[in-house]
Ligand binder design. Sequence first.
Ligand code: ZN
Length: 498
Amino acid sequence: MDIQTMCDKLQNLQSERAAYQHASAILHFDGSTVAPRGSAQERGMVMGMLSQKGYELFVNDDVKKLLDALWEKKDEITPEQARQVELMRKELDNLTRTPMDEYVEYVQLMTIADEKWRLAKEVNDYAIFEPYLVKTIEFKRKFASYKDANIPAYDAMLDDYEKGITTETLDAFFGMLREKLVPLITLIKQQPPKAEFANASCSIPKQRELSDYLMEVLGLDRNYCAIAETEHPVTMGINKHDVRITTHYFENDLLSSMYSVIHEGGHALYELNIAEEYQRTVLYDAASIGMHESQSRFFENMIGHHPAFAKLMLSKLAELFPQVYENVDQAQLYRAINHMQPSLIRTDADEVTYPLHIMVRYELEKKLISGELSTKDLPDAWNAMYKDYLGIDVPTDSVGVLQDMHWSAGFFGYFPTYALGSAYAAQYMATIEKEIDIAACIEQSDLSPITAWLTEHVHKHGRMLDPKDIIMNATGEAFSAQHYVDYLAAKVKDVYGV
Ligand code: ZN
């Protein structure tokens, strides 16, 4: 086969896979938004068939031969094609290392584990879930050893979500956060409670208008980006011309949906700004989960919690909700959006205490995988860490160790990407601030210079570059937690003057 024919086959394969993924994504979106509840079973069947076809299309000898042959000739194809081959070979290798029967068994276990976790959380009985957690951990260890038996199992798991990140990097990262943030907790605890207006009733139709406004401020082109409502806010990047975000409205918590829209909007900008030529290839995706999260957190935290943003939003909020916001001033709004308080639930946490929630999960899951901590002792270990780091008592496992779905879904190694994303965002901010007047952009409601910077340095590259190279090229230095720690300390000082 000549090289041109092989390259055509490579492109056809990617286009076909993208088509299956497109169809599955639409079904998934439909299921979580407008589809009637009774439709789940049939849809599940169709999605199963699509994913089976997608699997067969990719996992077979012809594809393996094609990728190997192209890899041999990687100097004769374009760098983009070589990268596609590299990524697909790694993916194929990962998929074929695990024996099919074990994988099927694992998928079945996940369905039951999810069910047991939900029940355990509902009735506050960790013992219901614990045996399934044991089995999940056994599978995860085994899969990690298939992937690479020469590295610690947890490191292999981390690599699934954030290429190149190791326990060594994370120990240093969280060590630094622990040292700087834990002493701030006592200080934060002494601050007054959140202003009452933040939980005043605000009509949901008006909140929908606020979402439209926020999307406009973010510069999201509504020709290519839609918004819908789901239980848990999410972003779905189907392709460059079809990105969907969702939010959830609470009548008594306007800020919840406001920041969901900004957060998901940040994810959407990434998806919308990946280079056109990467469409229908494996390069059309974020560089990593942490990198995706860096973009949502950048807009949510660095932009959305900026003093200038409080100023910009105040006039809009007063216009939409005069009964609540007419008599609120800018300083009050700034304090309310930046209100800090150690809390039980990760997803409700403020910017400063949030990484401590992640640190607890990181330390625990690392020990669970290594065997240093037994699943039986997990709730006690969880509660002790919440006391140590956040200074709070955990009243029940439902709001403690059972609060997140990640472990019941086998997502070991995923949690750190949340904190890494925020830390990447802080490092970008430190560079962008030197080049762009952020406050002026926000006040003029024109974020385009900031988005253009992010597109040039992050978005457009898709998966062409590894996360560490994107950070190095964009900021001129390797990833460092220092920017994040500095940013958080400055935030506490700015909000509380201490
Ligand atoms: Zn996110």
